[in-house]
Design a protein. Structure first.
Length: 385
């Protein structure tokens, strides 16, 4: 079988099934990535969400003994909501990042990869493949870079010439030696906008991210959000897009090629207060199909509380008091107590004092103390007569 011909047939078929970009790469060791991952590990910059050992993440043959090539795919996603709802005083909204708009992309890309795999299986007897999207051992970005999907930006995203960095990536390791494609030339040049505008300094240098400082990562943690990030996170419920929106390569980029990716404005910019009282079942029914729901409702609710504090939304005080008194989860009770204090009202401060009497969790009590400390700050601001 002439692999060049088959490759072209695969490229043609990929367009038919709605794959926006496809590339082919060798299964050579990702040696540069290996050094970077080791450095990340030594520096403590990993998120903990990574799968597999560094060897498995950089040596495709460890994942498939017969590995001969990798096929990388990209699907472009929208960057703008057509008619976004606006949060207003008394009815504030949070926001999910773009990669969580529409149907969970993990499923979408897997479906495409399975179709592609079945297509090749029909043509080649004994064809084997191992698909991955985001949660596999391989680095989607390293594969996409090698396969010529785009260059690796200083913002740690793959930037395609056609769709900017607003692309989902996936790949399959195959047992066919397809001729590889050439990488795209680096396009960042002297630009450092993403590094300069990262609000937490998580981009420590071009292409190097301290995941533990990255807001996108922090929105997904389940514990108390460290104090230093609470004012920065704003109304983000899941993920963070500044390193993409600030990038000149994304200017004017907004593709709506896949109906499944269209954002439902009420889901991707939901009202904050109703989020506080969602049951697990309601959360699953409403948000379960979004990529941003994978960590469950707790981080989203914690972030919603922080967003209400960010807006100093006084109309939410009674809801927050109820959460502080009744929610069984210490992270939620404690964050609510902090938020009540941050919003700052007499009703809120008295409620914290009353709740403290019954509270036994030491972390929640600490948050209550922090909440009450805002009262002292407020008192200092009062004019002395
Ligand atoms: Fe590269 Fe500038 Fe985009 Fe950052 S903002 S990824 S430096 S082009």
């Amino acid at each position: 079988m002439a692999y060049e011909t088959l490759k072209q047939e695969i490229i043609d078929y990929s367009k038919e099934i709605g794959i926006d970009k496809i590339g082919f790469a060798s299964t050579d060791e990702f040696s540069e990535l290996k050094s970077r991952l080791k450095l990340q590990q030594e520096s403590g910059f990993q998120s903990g969400f990574e799968k597999g050992t560094i060897e498995e993440r950089t040596e495709p043959v460890r994942l498939m003994a017969e590995a001969q090539s990798i096929i990388a795919i990209a699907l472009a996603y929208p960057s703008r909501i057509k008619s976004p709802p606006r949060g207003v005083k008394g009815d504030r909204r949070g926001v999910f990042c773009r990669a969580s708009w529409g149907k969970d992309y993990h499923h979408l890309l897997r479906e495409k990869l399975e179709k592609l795999g079945a297509f090749i299986q029909e043509k080649v007897e004994g064809f084997e493949y191992k698909p991955m999207v985001d949660t596999g051992e391989l680095s989607d970005r390293a594969v996409a870079e090698r396969a010529g999907i785009g260059f690796s930006g200083k913002n740690c995203a793959i930037i395609t010439p056609e769709f900017g960095s607003y692309v989902y990536l996936g790949e399959m390791i195959t047992n066919i030696p397809f001729p590889p494609d050439s990488p795209v030339a680096d396009g960042c040049g002297d630009c450092t906008k993403c590094i300069d505008n990262c609000p937490t300094g998580a981009l420590v240098e071009g292409g190097r991210l301290n995941a533990n400082k990255c807001i996108a990562f922090l929105t997904q943690t389940k514990d108390f959000l460290p104090d230093e990030y609470r004012d920065i996170i704003g109304n983000q419920l899941y993920g963070f897009d500044t390193c993409q929106t600030i990038c000149p390569k994304n200017k004017g980029i907004d593709f709506h090629l896949h109906p499944e990716m269209e954002p439902n404005p009420e889901l991707v910019k939901p009202r904050l207060v109703p989020l506080l009282s969602l049951s697990n079942r309601e959360f699953k029914a409403k948000f379960g199909n979004m990529a941003g729901s994978w960590r469950g409702k707790k981080p989203i609710q914690r972030n919603a509380i922080i967003a209400l504090a960010h807006y100093k939304e006084k109309s939410a005080i009674e809801d927050l008091i109820r959460v502080m008194k009744e929610d069984p989860r210490p992270v939620i009770r404690g964050t609510a107590a902090w938020a009540i204090g941050k919003i700052g009202s007499e009703l809120g401060f008295r409620a914290i004092e009353n709740a403290m009497v019954k509270e036994s969790d030491h972390q929640v009590l600490e948050e209550m103390e922090k909440g009450l400390a805002f009262q002292t700050e407020k008192d200092k601001e009062k004019p002395v007569h």
